[in-house]
Every structure is written in structure tokens, then in C-alpha cells.
Design a protein around this ligand. Structure first.
Ligand code: C2E
Ligand code: MG
Ligand code: MG
Ligand code: MG
Length: 279
């Protein structure tokens, strides 16, 4: 594995290759094959409350590449989106997540957990998206009340009528929605109140700089206040230090996700983590 930087430290095409057409074509065909052969796995990153109790997880996609090892989403999600492959990939993610949620419901130490799943714009815009989601939930036997879809600002504002219709239909069946990477998109506060959201997720960039950059601190505080005012919960992503956690706690944030608590874990490690927490 080449450790050449990138958000997760792994990048399997260097920037020059990435720019070249042939590398892009190769990646596309490998990705197509990977979807066909299901070379993917979900990792689960714990989410905890103010008392440090485990409340759920975010499902994060990884590609188990036959020769390159574990490949992180930043290396292939955008290509999957541009080529439309995200639709098939997203279906697999949702099916796998729902099956996992249904399995957790059967065990006392995991029965209380919720699971958050990332959704791309190309997936959400599919005309049969709502029916697919509801059918997947139904077939898996997962409790829709424990399934949370993570959406982003830009994808929602793209066609606000369609967005509201779809979200309301899913909410009606018990699903809830978290606004991911909040604060980085085109924050259109006017739309925020018309969307049936249940949670804002403070983007990692603000959390990271919370005690070094007064502006980041101000934004983080404002997001917490905004969530409270709108009757939404708020979770901070990318919490890495106790200082960050304390700042957020002092400003009313009650839910956290980040390396301070745990990295995203393969299923078996996540399940060990849940048992450990209960002891
Ligand atoms: P995201 O949804 O904002 O997910 C959070 C990302 O931050 C994850 O990166 C996670 O590993 C990372 N992270 C969590 N805590 C910390 C921390 O304390 N410090 C640092 N430095 N990073 C932290 P990951 O897993 O590489 O995913 C990157 C992005 O790829 C996700 O950002 C999401 O936009 C996308 N993605 C991941 N899985 C899926 C999926 O199943 N479907 C779709 N459509 N997108 C996905
Ligand atoms: Mg997310
Ligand atoms: Mg996020
Ligand atoms: Mg983010």
C-alpha cells in the first residue's frame, strides 16, 4: 500500500496517473467489476452520547481491492457518482446496513443501536428511491426507527419539491434524516425549516479547529444553537480530542463521533466494542 497522503492516507493512483484518461478508464472498469463481484465491506464508526454511551454507528463503505488492499471512499465515490454506478453500489450499502441492523436487534447488547447510512445525490434522485428504501427495510426486517439516512445540503436543495416529497414519504414510515457535513454546503437557512430533518451533523472541519480558530468555534456553537432552535438533535463528527469534546459539551452538543471514541471498525471489531462498552 502506498501511503502518499489523501484524507485517509491511502491513494492508489498518484495524482498524475489519476489525471490520465487511461487510469480513469481502468478505475471505472475495476469498479464495475467490483460491484458485480461485491468486493465491498461496511465499517462501522461508533456514535456516543454525552455520557460516553454507545448509541449507534455510521456505516462507511470500503472497497476490498483484490491487489491493492482496503480502498477508502474518497478514492472511488466520485467516480461511482459520475458514472451512475453509485446507484447499484448504494443499493448494496443499504441492503447490507439494513440486514446488519436487523441482526443487531436480535442481541441484547446491540438492540438499542441506530445505524446511519450515507446517501448520494444520484441515488436520492432516482424516481424509485423511496420505494427501494422502504422495500429494503421491509425485506430485511430492520426497524425503520433505527435507520438514519445521511444527506447533504447541496443534494437536497437541487430540487426542493422532490426532496421534501421523498423525505416526508420515508419519514412517514419511521426513517429519520441527518444533514451531513453541515456548514460546508450552500447553507440556505430558509429551506432548513421546511425539510423534515431530525439531526444536524457538524462538519469535521469546524470540530477540528474549535480551539485554534475562533471562527470555527463560533460556527460550531451556532450550529448547535440552530439545531436546538429548530428542535433537531446535533452530532459532531471528527472529534479527536478531549478538548474538542469538552468545548462541544459546554456548548450544548450531546452526541459525538470521532477517533477520540473509535475509528470506523470492521464488523467483528465493532461488535467487540459494543460488548466492551456494556461491561
Ligand atoms: P462522511 O459521511 O462525512 O463520513 C465521515 C468521514 O470522516 C469518514 O471517512 C470517517 O472515517 C472520517 N472520520 C470520522 N471520525 C474522524 C476523526 O476523528 N478524524 C478524521 N480525520 N476523520 C474522521 P471515510 O470513511 O473515508 O468516508 C469519506 C466519505 O465518503 C464520507 O464522509 C461519505 O461522504 C462518503 N461515503 C462513505 N461511505 C459511503 C457510502 O456508503 N455511500 C456514499 N454515498 N458515500 C459514502
Ligand atoms: Mg456521513
Ligand atoms: Mg460527514
Ligand atoms: Mg465530512
Amino acid at each position: 500500500r502506498a501511503k502518499t497522503g489523501g484524507r485517509n492516507g491511502i491513494r492508489f493512483f498518484d495524482p498524475e496517473m489519476q489525471a490520465s484518461v487511461s487510469a480513469r478508464t481502468a478505475l471505472e472498469s475495476e469498479l464495475r467489476r467490483a460491484i458485480r463481484e461485491k468486493q465491498f465491506v461496511l465499517h462501522y464508526q461508533p456514535q456516543v452520547d454525552a455520557g460516553g454511551r454507545l448509541t449507534g454507528a455510521e456505516a462507511l463503505l470500503r472497497w476490498q481491492h483484490p491487489t491493492r488492499g482496503l480502498v477508502f471512499p474518497d478514492n472511488f465515490i466520485s467516480v461511482a457518482e459520475e458514472t451512475g454506478m453509485i446507484v447499484g453500489l448504494g443499493r448494496w450499502v443499504l441492503e447490507t446496513a439494513c440486514e446488519q441492523l436487523a441482526a443487531w436487534a436480535k442481541r441484547p447488547e446491540t438492540a438499542h443501536l441506530s445505524l446511519a447510512v450515507n446517501v448520494s445525490a444520484g441515488q436520492f434522485r432516482q424516481t424509485d428511491f423511496v420505494n427501494r428504501v422502504l422495500e429494503t427495510v421491509r425485506q430485511s426486517g430492520a426497524d425503520p426507527l433505527r435507520l438514519k439516512l445521511e444527506l447533504t445540503e447541496s443534494m437536497l436543495l437541487d430540487d426542493i419539491e422532490d426532496t421534501i416529497t421523498k423525505m416526508q414519504a420515508m419519514k412517514h414510515h419511521g426513517l429519520s434524516f441527518s444533514l451531513d457535513d453541515f456548514g460546508t454546503g450552500y447553507s440556505s437557512l430558509a429551506y432548513l425549516k421546511s425539510l423534515p430533518l431530525s439531526q444536524l451533523k457538524i462538519d469535521r472541519s469546524f470540530v477540528t479547529d474549535v480551539h485554534t480558530d475562533p471562527n470555527a468555534a463560533a460556527i460550531a456553537k451556532t450550529i448547535v444553537f440552530l439545531a436546538q432552535s429548530l428542535g433537531l438533535t446535533v452530532i459532531a463528527e471528527g472529534v479527536e480530542t478531549e478538548v474538542q469534546r469538552r468545548f462541544l459539551d459546554e456548548n450544548g452538543c450531546r452526541d459525538y463521533q470521532g477517533y477520540l471514541f473509535s475509528r470506523p471498525l470492521p464488523l467483528d471489531e465493532f461488535e467487540r466494542f459494543t460488548v466492551k462498552r456494556e461491561e
